[in-house]
Design a binder for this molecule. Structure first.
Ligand SMILES: CC(C)(COP(=O)(O)OP(=O)(O)OC[C@H]1O[C@@H](n2cnc3c(N)ncnc32)[C@H](O)[C@@H]1OP(=O)(O)O)[C@@H](O)C(=O)NCCC(=O)NCCS
Length: 196
């Protein structure tokens, strides 16, 4: 079988292939099916945000190609739900200056998923570093499930300089605890002993 290939897609293409990307999301995250329509609506909205950048990894088939991994991000701004919730919480816990230092010029990585059978081959790392390469923002921020033992996602994020800005954080509306993580751009590889 051929190696999967990575390509950047614009917002229009993202909307067109969103069904296939949601299948990757389901395979990677195993969410309750009832959450999927809401997730799709949120992802469509994200594609309208400034600085939107999306990458997809595809496996060629006899007829066409199907996505096996994807990632996207955009420029965070006031008025966006995630940005405002995290900004409020960071201000309350650590003050305005601290919140501003992380969120006033931030790239937000909203989704990063690899189909289970393609995990552990370097696709997640390549997607994350390519997504962040050349970005002009000062920081990059994201949220990820906060579980014990730590998830592969958190290992990956720590290995390129992310650390927890918030831990065991419950977003409004309920759901499991999340870590909000941040890193300064550009990303740099951090050796295991030096990770925070
Ligand atoms: C997290 C995820 C995107 C990583 O993608 P991947 O292609 O499997 O990861 P890579 O092969 O590029 O590995 C990158 C790093 O991830 C970490 N990692 C990957 N698999 C891991 C595992 N099973 N256990 C611990 N760390 C792991 C390691 O730090 C690894 O770096 P290393 O190879 O130098 O040790 C992927 O596992 C995934 O889609 N998981 C389910 C969905 C998810 O959690 N998405 C993130 C939402 S915020």
């Amino acid at each position: 079988m051929r190696e999967p290939t990575l390509r950047e897609i614009d917002a229009k293409t993202f909307r067109r292939v969103l069904g296939g990307l949601l299948e990757v999301y389901v395979a990677a995250m195993d969410p309750p099916p009832a959450q999927l329509p809401g997730r799709q609506t949120i992802m469509l909205k994200h594609a309208t945000y400034p600085g939107f950048r999306a990458l997809v990894v595809e496996q060629r088939k006899v007829f066409g190609a199907s996505p096996v991994a994807f990632a996207y991000g955009f420029h965070g701004a006031s008025g966006q739900w995630w940005h405002d919730v995290v900004d409020d919480e960071l201000r309350e816990r650590a003050g305005y200056e601290h919140a501003a230092s992380w969120l006033s010029d931030a790239y937000e990585v909203a989704e990063l998923h690899v189909r289970p059978e393609y995990q552990g081959r370097g696709l997640g790392r390549t997607l994350l570093t390519t997504l962040c390469a050349g970005r002009r923002e000062r920081t990059v921020v994201l949220s990820t499930l906060d579980r014990r033992p730590e998830t592969p996602a958190k290992h990956l994020y720590r290995s390129v300089g992310f650390h927890d800005l918030l831990s065991e954080f419950e977003f409004p509306g309920g759901g499991p605890p999340y870590a909000v993580m941040g890193a300064r751009l550009p990303l740099v590889r951090v050796e295991a002993g030096a990770r925070r």
